[in-house]
Design a protein around this ligand. Structure first.
Ligand SMILES: Nc1ncnc2c1ncn2[C@@H]1O[C@H](COP(=O)(O)OP(=O)(O)OP(=O)(O)O)[C@@H](O)[C@H]1O
Ligand SMILES: [Mg+2]
Length: 494
């Protein structure tokens, strides 16, 4: 139902109700009252007529009676019939023989006795017709209803017009503006703000629309800023990506250099060791050569003796050559991941450093059970162990520990091979402990700080294992964990 209908319906109801009340209740009661008044008035008129007729009837002045009644009849057309009879019921008026007027609807008969003291002089009968009254009442009713109807219709129309102009149209325009607002239009025309409730509504709507427009422009600005920021971030990211790639490449090169440096350190160890390993065979060779010369000088050089010396020399040279081969083996790079015996790899590391350890009288207490097989790069792992062993040796050496010792244990635990290397070199300083695996962190004058960093990289990055360090009451303990090879039955998880 639209607003026009909603405004019209109550007015139509009020109009109909009012008209209904007028026609059904008010007008009939007014008319009834009018009729009663009319009859009362007629009653009074006939009563006073009786009083004026009394002397005429008493004096038998028929002429006067007729004149009076004729003139009265003329004056009162509603008096349909007037009859006056004397005490003996003889008709005095109208003249006997005059035809009786037929009685019609809406007529009333008034009878008045003419009395003089106790004597009855006659009876006056007046038949009064309501027709004229009813007719005039009818006309009045028509006029009244017409006027009322017209008045009501006019006010109805006016009210409708006022409501239409002041309520329906502004509300309709507001609705159109609201609809436009929904579609994002902020410029739909609004009705002029009046001083009534609709005017308040227009003012509120305008304020709300301004607010929405403000919020929207703020939002648009925010979106634009965010987009700009996103673009900025995207560009940054793009730049960052290249930088990360460059950094990764640089760090790979650095790692490469680190590995080289670390290997150089190991090579130093190796040269040391070769020197140690060769010292005894070199002495032996010197002795053999000197004996050869003595035998020759004293003429005791037999073919047999020469053979013996040559054989011994070759044997010693073979031993020296094997030593070099062993070292070369250690430095051969791993090509790809393989299953390897962990004890064997630890022994390789020990082999490289054993010369130095002997030099400083550092005892090695090892328990390296066979058949604990891990998956990874054995040479790299040996290098990782070697770095730890070198640190242990250096710690013992630095603190001048008299009975230096390194304890090595290999166990199998929870699907992992655990290698624990413990020294009695006094331990890692507490403030250094959290940083020892950082690259270039060193507490030594000639240290480069890459040994443990290398170890961590090899074990954790390349072999999915872990390296941890802790202090014991005598020194430091490093624990290396490697995932066991899943292929070998011998690796049954302990
Ligand atoms: N067994 C240990 N006992 C005491 N301190 C240790 C031990 N192992 C490592 N550290 C400490 O950790 C530091 C870092 O060791 P890392 O092997 O990384 O470097 P570095 O030994 O100083 O130098 P290099 O590069 O020659 O190995 C050492 O400087 C030392 O302070
Ligand atoms: Mg080191």
């Amino acid at each position: 139902m639209n607003l026009r209908l909603k405004l019209f319906l109550p007015m139509a109801l009020v109009f109909t109700g009012l008209m209904g009340y007028l026609v059904i209740v008010w007008l009939p009661s007014v008319e009834k009252y009018q009729v009663e008044m009319f009859h009362r008035q007629q009653e009074r008129a006939t009563a006073s007529l009786v009083q004026s007729l009394l002397p005429m009837v008493a004096a038998q002045q028929l002429g006067d009676i007729h004149d009076t009644l004729d003139s009265l009849r003329r004056e009162n057309p509603e008096w349909v019939e007037v009859e006056l009879t004397d005490s003996r019921n003889r008709r005095l008026y109208p003249l006997p023989g005059t035809a009786k007027v037929a009685s019609g609807p809406g007529e009333r008969l008034q009878e008045h006795a003419l009395r003089l003291g106790n004597d009855s002089l006659g009876i006056l009968r007046v038949r009064i017709s309501e027709a004229a009254l009813l007719e005039s009442l009818h006309q009045a009713r028509q006029a009244l209803l017409g006027a009322l109807g017209l008045g009501l219709a006019a006010s109805f129309f006016l009210l409708g017009l006022v409501l239409d102009l002041t309520v329906r149209r502004p509300v309709q325009r507001l609705a159109q503006a609201a609809h436009a607002l929904k579609e994002g239009g902020f410029h739909a025309a609004l009705p002029p703000p009046g001083r009534d409730e609709v005017g308040d509504l227009v003012v509120s709507f305008t304020a709300m629309r301004d607010q929405v427009r403000l919020s929207q422009s703020r939002l648009e600005q925010e979106v634009a800023e965010r987009r700009e920021a996103e673009e900025h971030v995207r560009q940054l990211n793009a730049g960052l990506e290249t930088r990360i790639r460059e950094e990764v490449e640089r760090s790979r090169q650095k790692d490469h250099i680190l590995i080289q440096q670390s290997r150089l350190a190991a090579m130093g160890e190796m040269v040391h060791n070769i020197a140690h390993q060769w010292r005894q065979p070199l002495n032996a060779l010197g002795l053999l050569v000197r004996n050869l010369k003595d035998d020759y000088d004293y003429g005791e050089l037999t073919a047999e003796r020469l053979d013996q010396t040559v054989n011994d020399t070759l044997r010693l040279l073979q031993r020296m050559s094997t030593t070099v081969d062993d070292f070369r083996e250690f430095f051969r790079p791993d090509k790809e991941k393989a299953d390897f015996d962990v004890a064997e790899a630890v022994r390789q590391a020990l082999f490289i450093i054993q010369g130095a350890l002997k030099n400083y009288s550092i005892a090695v207490d090892e328990e390296l059970p066979p058949q604990i097989v891990a998956e990874g790069f054995p040479s790299q792992f040996a290098q990782a162990v070697l770095n730890i062993l070198m640190n242990a040796k250096e710690a013992i050496q630095e603190r001048h520990v008299a009975d230096g010792s390194i304890r090595i244990r290999l166990t199998r635990e929870g699907g992992q091979a655990l290698v624990s290397i413990e020294d009695n070199g006094g331990g890692i300083p507490a403030e250094a402990l959290p940083r020892i695996f950082d690259p270039y962190f060193t507490t030594k004058d000639k240290g480069s700080g890459i040994g443990l960093y290398m170890t961590k990289m090899i074990v954790e990055k390349n072999m999915d294992g872990s390296v941890t360090a802790a202090n014991t009451d005598r020194g430091a303990r490093f624990t290396l964990a490697l995932p066991l090879s899943s292929l070998l039955a011998g690796n049954g998880r302990a």
